[in-house]
Design a protein around this ligand. Structure first.
Ligand code: SF4
Length: 334
């Protein structure tokens, strides 16, 4: 890029606001660790059902090391080792793996598992379930599969109107972990209007990482002329960060890396806020910041909106494989 970086603003005025927290969450770190450890311990090839996390860069890097990404369990040869992605799987997928004698390593994020457990609990108690989320997302496919006979998916407040249930006094809702806080609130509000006795999870299903990254954008967007979100187009939480910015009236774009930046976006822009979705590696954030530096944004200021310190233990299959080191419990530490 030659000239697009901010006509009308002197280089000394131009700065990058680097949001924190940003990028990898504990569930993504754990999932990538699981694939790497499995490759080191068992050797290639290791099959992975779907993208381990929704980021092309991460998937390509693991594929180069010997991970083979498949769409379905049927694509894994009998008896081989397969890793479930961070987004989770339905019981039907677990059954199919059993039937094929596959050696399963489960990289489902513990916070997705929490939602699965809630779905099973509500279904057992005789509730009709409303699952708030995006129908085409891997996570919703997995959660829906826990109680498909009693679960309906809604993606917007408008869809709530047409919901039909056998008993309006026995309805429960759950949500995808990576929704927009604002949108989920509106949908839950519409559900409460339609079903005043509806019950929900004890603590919200939207995960800490999704919430923190959205809160960071919400806090900083008003000081920025442009928000760049590093993340892949199929990453739900990354898309939500763009929406948060745009809803606040600040232009926002989702970019895989610096090559996706259109120089025209930077015209007349003094302050660029940069963040990253929970599946986007820091190396891509650095690439974007370097690009901005080279284009006149000399000052880079990290803006920490809140501290974040969450780690999850590895699953038992991996702990056993590496000789018992680590724990098999998911332990969020805030
Ligand atoms: S975004 Fe949230 S639910 Fe998804 S992997 Fe990360 S911590 Fe888990």
């Amino acid at each position: 890029m030659s000239n697009g970086a901010g006509t009308g603003a002197s280089p000394s005025d131009k700065r990058v606001l680097l949001l924190k927290p940003r990028g990898f969450c504990a569930g993504v770190v754990r999932a990538i660790d699981i694939v790497n450890i499995a490759l080191e311990t068992f050797g290639a090839p290791i099959y992975v059902r779907r993208e381990i996390v929704h980021n092309r860069h991460v998937v390509n890097e693991l594929a180069e090391k010997g991970a083979i990404f498949v769409h379905e369990i049927d694509d894994v040869p009998d008896g081989h080792r397969v890793i479930y992605s961070a987004h989770g799987v339905s019981p039907a997928v677990r059954e199919r793996s059993k039937g094929r004698n596959l050696k399963v390593i489960d990289a489902t994020c513990p916070l997705v598992t929490k939602v699965h457990i809630e779905a099973v609990k509500f279904a057992k108690q005789g509730y009709s379930l409303v699952l708030i989320g995006h129908r085409d997302h891997d996570e919703i496919e997995g959660t829906l599969g826990e109680a498909p006979q009693v679960t309906q998916v809604v993606s917007s407040a408008a869809e709530v109107d047409s919901l039909q249930v056998p008993d309006p006094n026995r309805v429960a809702y759950l949500t995808q972990t990576t929704l927009s806080l604002d949108e989920a609130r509106d949908i839950i509000h519409a559900l409460k209007e339609k079903f005043p006795n509806i019950v929900g999870p004890h603590s919200q299903d939207i995960c800490y990482a999704t919430e923190n990254r959205q809160v960071a954008v919400r806090n900083v967007a008003h000081n920025a002329d442009l928000v760049l979100v590093v993340g892949s187009t199929n990453s739900s939480n990354s898309n939500r960060l763009v929406e948060v910015s745009r809803n606040l009236g600040t232009k926002g774009y989702l970019i895989d890396d610096s090559r996706a930046i259109d120089p025209a976006w930077l015209e007349g822009v003094n302050n660029v806020a940069v963040t990253a979705g929970a599946s986007a590696p820091e190396v891509l954030v650095e690439d974007v910041v370097n690009y901005l530096r080279q284009n006149g944004y000399a000052s880079v200021e990290e803006v920490e909106v809140m501290p974040e310190n969450v780690r999850f233990g590895l699953p038992p299959e991996i702990v056993q494989a590496i000789g018992g080191a680590g724990g098999n419990e998911a332990v969020p530490v805030r």
